[in-house]
Design a protein around this ligand. Structure first.
Ligand code: BES
Ligand code: MN
Ligand code: ZN
Length: 499
């Protein structure tokens, strides 16, 4: 889909003409213009319709012969004071969905946001396009039949807006973020026989074209350096474990980078503590944290963010075979701490432990944030609407919450405390990899904290409930893999670390 911005014209030549009304059927000037151009077709349709102008409501009129357009689509904006950039993204997504179900090939959006909404028209247009682009995604590469039913039909989307140059500037950054989100979704959607650790690493390497510096450590190198926890997880798999290090140096000055660390379990069978069949389905998505980190690094590079950032992802496959780690094994992590593995299905924290140690020691980051589909318990707690956040720093936690509100990828903080830490004391090693029957997300976070050095500012995002969607589809997410986290990390950087 080609997206472009142009000044409004008196009429449109072809495709759908999309105009707006706010609640109470208050037609915008462009809607009045389209109505006149069509000889009152909209007014007539309104007479026989319940359309009220609520946010996302639509009224479709096939355009009369004399118009070049195929149809006029009237879209509700709701009450102007309630309109913000996020709701415009949703409206953009809803418009795209409607155009797709109509089988439309081209469309011009002339959505004028009422003045009382207090939004810049150029930004409004860019965010409409952002929502449309996210909704326009699809993952159909493994279908060989009935492609017409699944593929996207819209080829060109034009946004008519008074200040097209300013809209184009705003779009540049949003387009880059969308690139990152879609890249992450592809990674999550890929089946695990295709996307195993080395293949993930290969795809990450392609991002070097954006100016990212990418390094890949294989098993021999990690063994030499002492990644005993990460390698322990991968040792039951035929596939080689990998660590990918991505660096973006966009700040004007040198300085400590911000750091993101991702759990990249390309498939989580549970290992010898094997998951039941029903719990194993979807575990190709257990690399959602690594996908988010990769997508975020891509977005930062593509929009040339003025920040120094590193992304580190631990890529493994958790499988049971004769060489696999056993429940009762003790592993020595990169930090030197020993870990008693009592359940091989609590593997994500083992991967993260070494990736976190590596990141802190090598980069001395301003802060480190890890993202991981870490526990089923977080899905029980927060469902699909928030990721869990755990942090040793109130300021970072607050900034994450704020970026969550502005990006729409919301997080909710949960507690950490010495009393929970007690639950992961091992009988024979420094720490064990499971807590008790309760508060599983918190004990997982306490485990990670054991690998956070004294002066490191840190936050952990448990994204098990948001990295993919099995139930109801969200307006801007038309696929199983959500790409969750790319928008959040991008916002966090944009709002706090580019000054
Ligand atoms: N990848 C899973 C967590 C998960 C579960 C993500 C369901 C998404 C949906 C993780 O590796 C895991 O298996 N965690 C265990 C930990 C337990 C053994 C302490 C869990 O949550 O059951
Ligand atoms: Mn597991
Ligand atoms: Zn896992």
């Amino acid at each position: 889909m080609q997206i472009s911005f142009a000044a409004p014209a008196s009429t449109i030549e072809a495709g759908s003409w999309v105009v707006a009304a706010s609640e109470g059927r208050a037609l915008t000037p462009a809607a009045v213009k389209a109505d006149k151009a069509s000889g009152g077709a909209l007014t007539r349709a309104l007479k026989y319709s319940r359309f009220a102008g609520k946010s996302g409501e639509m009224l479709e009129v096939l355009a009369p012969e004399r118009l070049g357009a195929s149809r006029i689509l009237l879209v509700g904006l709701g009450k102007p004071p309630a309109l913000d950039l996020k709701s415009l993204e949703v409206i953009g997504a809803q418009i795209l969905a409607r155009l797709e179900s109509a089988g439309e090939k081209s469309a011009t959006l002339e959505i004028e946001v009422p003045k009382s909404a207090k939004l810049k028209p150029a930004e409004a247009a860019a965010h409409l396009a952002f929502g449309a682009r996210l909704r326009g995604y699809s993952f159909e590469k493994y279908r060989t039949r009935n492609l017409d039913e699944y593929k996207r039909h819209l080829e060109t989307l034009k946004l008519a807006t008074a200040d097209a140059a300013a809209a184009r500037r705003a779009w540049q950054a949003l387009d880059a973020v969308a690139d990152g989100v879609l890249f992450a979704r592809d990674l999550v959607n890929e089946p695990p026989n295709v996307l195993y650790p080395a293949e993930f690493a290969r795809r990450a390497k392609t991002l070097a074209k954006l100016g990212l510096k990418i390094e890949v450590l294989g098993e021999a190198e990690m063994k030499k350096q002492g990644f005993g926890a990460l390698l322990g997880v991968g040792q039951g798999s035929e596939r080689e474990s990998q660590l990918v290090v991505m660096q973006w140096n966009g700040a004007r000055k040198k300085g400590d980078p911000v750091a993101f660390v991702g759990k990249g379990v390309c498939f989580d069978s549970g290992g010898l503590s094997l998951k039941p069949g029903s719990g194993m389905m979807g575990m190709k998505g257990d690399m959602g944290g690594a996908a988010a980190v990769t997508g975020a690094m891509m977005a930062l590079a593509a929009r040339k963010a003025k920040v120094n950032a590193v992304g580190v992802i631990g890529l493994v496959e958790n499988m049971p075979d004769g060489g696999a780690i056993r429940p009762d094994d003790v592993l020595t992590s990169l930090s030197g701490q020993t870990i008693e593995v009592l359940n091989t299905d609590a593997e994500g924290r083992l991967v993260l432990a070494d990736a976190l140690t590596y990141t802190q020691r090598r980069f001395k980051p301003k802060f480190v944030i890890d993202l991981a589909t870490l526990t089923g318990a977080i899905v029980q707690t927060l469902g699909f609407e928030h990721a869990g956040v755990f942090s040793n720093d109130d300021k970072l936690a607050d900034r994450l919450a704020a970026a969550g509100r502005s990006s729409g990828e919301r997080v909710w903080r949960l507690p950490m405390d010495a009393a929970y830490d007690k639950m992961i004391r091992s009988k024979i090693a420094d720490v064990k990899n499971i807590g008790g029957a309760n508060s599983g997300s918190i004990t997982a976070a306490q485990f990670l904290k054991r690998f956070i050095e004294e002066d490191t500012v840190w936050a952990h995002l448990d994204i098990a409930g948001v990295a993919w969607q099995d139930g109801e589809q969200k307006p801007m997410i038309p696929s199983w893999g959500t790409g969750w986290g790319v928008k959040l990390l991008d916002r966090l950087v944009a709002e706090n670390y580019e000054g």
